[in-house]
Design a protein around this ligand. Sequence first.
Ligand code: PSU
Ligand code: MN
Length: 301
Amino acid sequence: MLVVSDEVRDAVAAGRPVVALESTIIAHGLPRPRNLRVALELEQTVRDEGAVPATIAVLDGRPHVGLHKAQLERVAHEDGIRKLSQRDLPLAVATGASGATTVSATALLAARAGVRVFATGGLGGVHREWTQTQDESADLRLLARTRITVVCAGVKSILDVPATLQRLETLGVAVAGYGTERFPGFYLADSGEPVDWTLRTPEEVARVMRAQDGLEGGDSALIVANPVPEEEQLDPALHARVLESGLRACAEEGVSGQAVTPFLLDYLVRHTDGASLEANLAAVRGNVRLAGRIAAAWAAV
Ligand code: PSU
Ligand code: MN
Protein backbone atom coordinates (compact mmCIF):
# COMPACT_ATOMS: atom_id res chain seq x y z
CA MET A 1 0.00 0.00 0.00
CA LEU A 2 3.00 2.24 0.60
CA VAL A 3 4.46 4.00 -2.46
CA VAL A 4 8.18 4.40 -1.78
CA SER A 5 10.05 6.42 -4.40
CA ASP A 6 12.81 4.59 -6.29
CA GLU A 7 15.45 6.90 -4.83
CA VAL A 8 14.34 6.29 -1.24
CA ARG A 9 13.89 2.56 -1.78
CA ASP A 10 17.39 2.19 -3.24
CA ALA A 11 18.98 4.24 -0.45
CA VAL A 12 17.22 2.26 2.30
CA ALA A 13 18.16 -1.05 0.66
CA ALA A 14 21.81 0.01 0.38
CA GLY A 15 21.93 1.38 3.94
CA ARG A 16 22.62 4.92 2.71
CA PRO A 17 21.43 7.93 4.79
CA VAL A 18 17.77 8.93 4.41
CA VAL A 19 15.83 11.65 6.27
CA ALA A 20 12.03 11.63 6.50
CA LEU A 21 10.30 15.03 6.36
CA GLU A 22 6.73 15.73 7.37
CA SER A 23 4.24 17.58 5.18
CA THR A 24 1.78 19.14 7.64
CA ILE A 25 4.23 21.92 8.28
CA ILE A 26 4.22 22.56 4.50
CA ALA A 27 0.45 22.35 3.93
CA HIS A 28 -0.85 23.79 7.21
CA GLY A 29 2.07 25.29 9.12
CA LEU A 30 3.48 27.76 6.59
CA PRO A 31 1.80 30.37 4.39
CA ARG A 32 1.60 29.99 0.60
CA PRO A 33 3.48 30.42 -1.69
CA ARG A 34 6.52 30.38 0.52
CA ASN A 35 5.68 26.89 1.78
CA LEU A 36 6.67 25.27 -1.54
CA ARG A 37 10.00 27.09 -1.63
CA VAL A 38 10.68 25.95 1.92
CA ALA A 39 9.74 22.35 1.09
CA LEU A 40 12.21 22.34 -1.80
CA GLU A 41 14.88 24.06 0.26
CA LEU A 42 14.57 21.52 3.07
CA GLU A 43 14.97 18.64 0.62
CA GLN A 44 18.09 20.34 -0.77
CA THR A 45 19.48 20.78 2.75
CA VAL A 46 19.15 17.04 3.31
CA ARG A 47 20.99 16.42 0.03
CA ASP A 48 23.74 18.88 0.96
CA GLU A 49 24.42 16.67 4.00
CA GLY A 50 24.77 13.64 1.73
CA ALA A 51 21.39 12.10 2.59
CA VAL A 52 18.24 11.36 0.57
CA PRO A 53 15.09 13.34 1.53
CA ALA A 54 11.84 11.39 1.95
CA THR A 55 8.95 13.83 2.27
CA ILE A 56 5.82 11.95 3.27
CA ALA A 57 2.17 12.62 2.36
CA VAL A 58 -0.99 10.82 1.18
CA LEU A 59 -2.10 11.56 -2.40
CA ASP A 60 -5.38 10.20 -3.77
CA GLY A 61 -5.48 7.60 -1.03
CA ARG A 62 -1.91 6.40 -1.53
CA PRO A 63 0.69 7.01 1.19
CA HIS A 64 3.91 8.24 -0.43
CA VAL A 65 7.41 8.11 1.06
CA GLY A 66 9.52 10.36 -1.16
CA LEU A 67 7.73 12.91 -3.36
CA HIS A 68 8.53 14.20 -6.84
CA LYS A 69 8.37 17.94 -7.42
CA ALA A 70 4.86 17.88 -8.90
CA GLN A 71 3.63 15.92 -5.88
CA LEU A 72 5.28 18.35 -3.50
CA GLU A 73 3.52 21.16 -5.39
CA ARG A 74 0.16 19.47 -4.79
CA VAL A 75 0.84 19.25 -1.05
CA ALA A 76 1.84 22.92 -0.90
CA HIS A 77 -0.79 24.47 -3.18
CA GLU A 78 -3.81 22.21 -3.63
CA ASP A 79 -6.99 23.29 -1.87
CA GLY A 80 -8.58 20.68 0.36
CA ILE A 81 -5.36 18.94 1.38
CA ARG A 82 -6.32 17.46 4.72
CA LYS A 83 -4.30 17.17 7.90
CA LEU A 84 -3.76 13.50 8.62
CA SER A 85 -2.60 12.09 11.91
CA GLN A 86 -1.98 8.40 12.42
CA ARG A 87 -5.63 7.52 13.02
CA ASP A 88 -6.71 9.21 9.78
CA LEU A 89 -4.51 7.06 7.53
CA PRO A 90 -6.93 4.16 6.93
CA LEU A 91 -9.78 6.62 6.34
CA ALA A 92 -7.73 8.57 3.79
CA VAL A 93 -6.58 5.39 2.04
CA ALA A 94 -10.06 3.91 1.80
CA THR A 95 -11.73 7.09 0.59
CA GLY A 96 -8.97 8.16 -1.80
CA ALA A 97 -8.34 11.40 0.09
CA SER A 98 -5.20 13.54 -0.11
CA GLY A 99 -3.56 14.94 2.96
CA ALA A 100 -0.42 16.14 4.64
CA THR A 101 0.90 13.94 7.43
CA THR A 102 1.57 15.13 10.98
CA VAL A 103 4.47 13.88 13.05
CA SER A 104 2.46 10.81 14.14
CA ALA A 105 1.47 9.73 10.63
CA THR A 106 4.86 10.62 9.16
CA ALA A 107 6.79 8.68 11.79
CA LEU A 108 4.59 5.63 11.26
CA LEU A 109 4.98 5.65 7.47
CA ALA A 110 8.71 6.41 7.65
CA ALA A 111 9.29 3.48 9.99
CA ARG A 112 7.29 1.19 7.68
CA ALA A 113 9.56 2.23 4.81
CA GLY A 114 12.69 1.53 6.87
CA VAL A 115 13.64 5.17 7.42
CA ARG A 116 15.09 5.74 10.89
CA VAL A 117 15.74 9.50 11.05
CA PHE A 118 13.05 12.17 10.80
CA ALA A 119 13.18 15.98 11.02
CA THR A 120 10.38 18.39 11.89
CA GLY A 121 9.86 21.80 13.53
CA GLY A 122 8.22 21.16 16.87
CA LEU A 123 6.34 18.12 18.11
CA GLY A 124 2.71 18.19 19.12
CA GLY A 125 1.98 17.51 22.78
CA VAL A 126 -0.23 18.29 25.72
CA HIS A 127 -2.20 21.50 25.24
CA ARG A 128 -2.73 24.12 27.91
CA GLU A 129 -6.21 23.65 29.41
CA TRP A 130 -5.74 19.95 28.74
CA THR A 131 -7.55 19.05 31.97
CA GLN A 132 -10.73 20.42 30.37
CA THR A 133 -10.20 19.72 26.68
CA GLN A 134 -8.22 16.46 26.91
CA ASP A 135 -6.29 17.80 23.92
CA GLU A 136 -3.07 15.82 23.63
CA SER A 137 -1.44 15.32 20.26
CA ALA A 138 -1.36 11.79 18.87
CA ASP A 139 2.34 12.45 18.24
CA LEU A 140 3.23 11.39 21.78
CA ARG A 141 1.63 7.96 21.84
CA LEU A 142 2.83 7.11 18.37
CA LEU A 143 6.41 7.99 19.34
CA ALA A 144 6.02 5.69 22.35
CA ARG A 145 5.65 2.71 20.00
CA THR A 146 7.75 3.61 16.98
CA ARG A 147 11.52 3.17 16.68
CA ILE A 148 12.50 6.40 15.02
CA THR A 149 14.81 9.30 15.82
CA VAL A 150 13.01 12.64 15.64
CA VAL A 151 15.04 15.82 15.41
CA CYS A 152 12.89 18.76 16.55
CA ALA A 153 13.18 22.10 18.33
CA GLY A 154 11.31 20.65 21.28
CA VAL A 155 7.53 20.81 21.34
CA LYS A 156 5.49 23.75 20.14
CA SER A 157 5.55 26.56 22.67
CA ILE A 158 1.77 26.96 22.35
CA LEU A 159 1.58 23.78 24.48
CA ASP A 160 1.89 22.99 28.16
CA VAL A 161 5.59 22.12 27.95
CA PRO A 162 6.13 20.67 31.47
CA ALA A 163 3.02 18.47 31.10
CA THR A 164 4.26 17.30 27.68
CA LEU A 165 7.67 16.38 29.08
CA GLN A 166 5.94 14.51 31.88
CA ARG A 167 3.85 12.54 29.39
CA LEU A 168 6.96 11.65 27.39
CA GLU A 169 8.50 10.30 30.57
CA THR A 170 5.39 8.27 31.40
CA LEU A 171 5.25 6.92 27.86
CA GLY A 172 8.91 5.90 27.97
CA VAL A 173 10.15 8.08 25.12
CA ALA A 174 13.86 8.99 25.30
CA VAL A 175 14.59 12.74 25.23
CA ALA A 176 17.99 14.40 24.86
CA GLY A 177 19.01 17.99 24.31
CA TYR A 178 21.45 18.49 21.45
CA GLY A 179 24.33 20.66 22.66
CA THR A 180 22.16 22.04 25.46
CA GLU A 181 21.08 21.25 28.99
CA ARG A 182 17.78 23.07 28.42
CA PHE A 183 14.73 21.74 26.62
CA PRO A 184 14.28 24.00 23.57
CA GLY A 185 11.10 26.08 23.21
CA PHE A 186 10.41 25.83 19.45
CA TYR A 187 10.44 29.59 18.61
CA LEU A 188 12.71 30.07 21.62
CA ALA A 189 16.08 28.47 22.33
CA ASP A 190 15.01 27.60 25.89
CA SER A 191 11.53 26.51 27.05
CA GLY A 192 12.49 27.10 30.67
CA GLU A 193 12.60 23.36 31.38
CA PRO A 194 15.77 21.29 31.82
CA VAL A 195 16.66 18.03 30.05
CA ASP A 196 18.28 15.07 31.80
CA TRP A 197 20.59 14.16 28.92
CA THR A 198 22.75 16.10 26.50
CA LEU A 199 24.22 14.72 23.28
CA ARG A 200 26.88 16.67 21.42
CA THR A 201 27.70 14.95 18.14
CA PRO A 202 25.80 13.05 15.41
CA GLU A 203 27.99 10.03 16.20
CA GLU A 204 26.87 10.11 19.80
CA VAL A 205 23.22 10.16 18.68
CA ALA A 206 23.89 7.18 16.41
CA ARG A 207 25.39 5.28 19.35
CA VAL A 208 22.20 5.88 21.36
CA MET A 209 20.16 4.53 18.43
CA ARG A 210 22.34 1.42 18.34
CA ALA A 211 21.89 1.00 22.10
CA GLN A 212 18.12 1.25 21.70
CA ASP A 213 18.25 -1.62 19.22
CA GLY A 214 20.68 -3.61 21.33
CA LEU A 215 18.55 -3.32 24.46
CA GLU A 216 15.36 -4.37 22.65
CA GLY A 217 13.48 -2.34 25.23
CA GLY A 218 10.28 -1.73 23.26
CA ASP A 219 9.91 0.18 20.02
CA SER A 220 10.00 3.70 21.41
CA ALA A 221 11.48 6.76 19.70
CA LEU A 222 14.45 8.98 20.47
CA ILE A 223 13.75 12.70 20.57
CA VAL A 224 16.76 14.86 19.75
CA ALA A 225 15.80 18.35 20.92
CA ASN A 226 17.84 20.86 18.93
CA PRO A 227 17.42 24.54 19.87
CA VAL A 228 16.97 27.34 17.36
CA PRO A 229 20.13 29.50 17.49
CA GLU A 230 19.62 32.24 20.08
CA GLU A 231 20.27 35.01 17.55
CA GLU A 232 17.44 33.65 15.38
CA GLN A 233 14.88 33.05 18.11
CA LEU A 234 11.67 35.03 18.51
CA ASP A 235 11.93 37.84 21.06
CA PRO A 236 10.75 36.08 24.27
CA ALA A 237 8.71 39.08 25.50
CA LEU A 238 6.92 39.40 22.15
CA HIS A 239 6.35 35.64 22.15
CA ALA A 240 4.76 35.68 25.60
CA ARG A 241 2.52 38.64 24.76
CA VAL A 242 1.23 37.39 21.42
CA LEU A 243 0.81 33.81 22.59
CA GLU A 244 -1.40 34.98 25.43
CA SER A 245 -3.71 36.91 23.14
CA GLY A 246 -3.65 34.03 20.62
CA LEU A 247 -4.79 31.54 23.24
CA ARG A 248 -7.58 33.96 24.19
CA ALA A 249 -8.65 34.33 20.54
CA CYS A 250 -8.62 30.56 20.15
CA ALA A 251 -10.99 30.15 23.09
CA GLU A 252 -13.23 33.06 22.04
CA GLU A 253 -13.60 31.75 18.49
CA GLY A 254 -14.27 28.24 19.75
CA VAL A 255 -11.43 26.67 17.75
CA SER A 256 -10.95 23.03 18.73
CA GLY A 257 -9.45 19.70 17.69
CA GLN A 258 -7.12 19.56 14.70
CA ALA A 259 -7.64 23.24 13.98
CA VAL A 260 -6.02 24.48 17.20
CA THR A 261 -2.36 24.11 16.20
CA PRO A 262 -2.65 25.69 12.69
CA PHE A 263 -4.81 28.50 14.17
CA LEU A 264 -2.24 29.42 16.81
CA LEU A 265 0.77 29.15 14.48
CA ASP A 266 -0.99 31.44 11.99
CA TYR A 267 -2.04 33.86 14.74
CA LEU A 268 1.58 34.17 15.85
CA VAL A 269 2.77 34.83 12.29
CA ARG A 270 0.19 37.60 11.78
CA HIS A 271 0.72 39.28 15.14
CA THR A 272 4.51 39.23 15.16
CA ASP A 273 4.86 40.70 11.67
CA GLY A 274 6.21 37.40 10.43
CA ALA A 275 8.95 37.18 13.06
CA SER A 276 7.56 33.89 14.40
CA LEU A 277 7.68 32.48 10.88
CA GLU A 278 11.36 33.32 10.56
CA ALA A 279 12.11 31.71 13.93
CA ASN A 280 10.07 28.64 12.97
CA LEU A 281 11.98 28.34 9.69
CA ALA A 282 15.35 28.82 11.39
CA ALA A 283 14.47 25.99 13.79
CA VAL A 284 13.32 23.66 11.01
CA ARG A 285 16.39 24.37 8.88
CA GLY A 286 18.71 23.57 11.77
CA ASN A 287 16.79 20.38 12.53
CA VAL A 288 16.89 19.18 8.93
CA ARG A 289 20.63 19.82 8.70
CA LEU A 290 21.28 17.96 11.94
CA ALA A 291 19.01 15.08 10.87
CA GLY A 292 21.09 14.74 7.68
CA ARG A 293 24.24 14.46 9.77
CA ILE A 294 22.67 11.97 12.17
CA ALA A 295 21.43 9.85 9.24
CA ALA A 296 24.99 9.86 7.85
CA ALA A 297 26.45 8.83 11.22
CA TRP A 298 23.79 6.12 11.55
CA ALA A 299 24.57 4.77 8.07
CA ALA A 300 28.23 4.54 9.09
CA VAL A 301 27.47 2.51 12.24
N1 PSU B 1 5.99 21.74 13.50
C1 PSU B 1 5.91 22.93 12.85
N2 PSU B 1 4.73 23.25 12.24
C2 PSU B 1 3.65 22.37 12.24
C3 PSU B 1 3.74 21.11 12.92
C4 PSU B 1 4.94 20.86 13.54
O1 PSU B 1 6.88 23.71 12.84
O2 PSU B 1 2.63 22.68 11.63
C5 PSU B 1 2.59 20.09 12.92
C6 PSU B 1 3.17 18.69 13.04
O3 PSU B 1 2.74 17.97 11.92
C7 PSU B 1 2.61 18.13 14.30
C8 PSU B 1 1.27 18.79 14.32
O4 PSU B 1 2.54 16.73 14.28
O5 PSU B 1 1.62 20.15 13.96
C9 PSU B 1 0.59 18.64 15.64
O6 PSU B 1 -0.77 18.88 15.48
P1 PSU B 1 -1.80 18.47 16.65
O7 PSU B 1 -1.44 19.37 17.80
O8 PSU B 1 -3.18 18.75 16.09
O9 PSU B 1 -1.57 17.02 16.94
MN1 MN C 1 -4.92 18.11 19.20
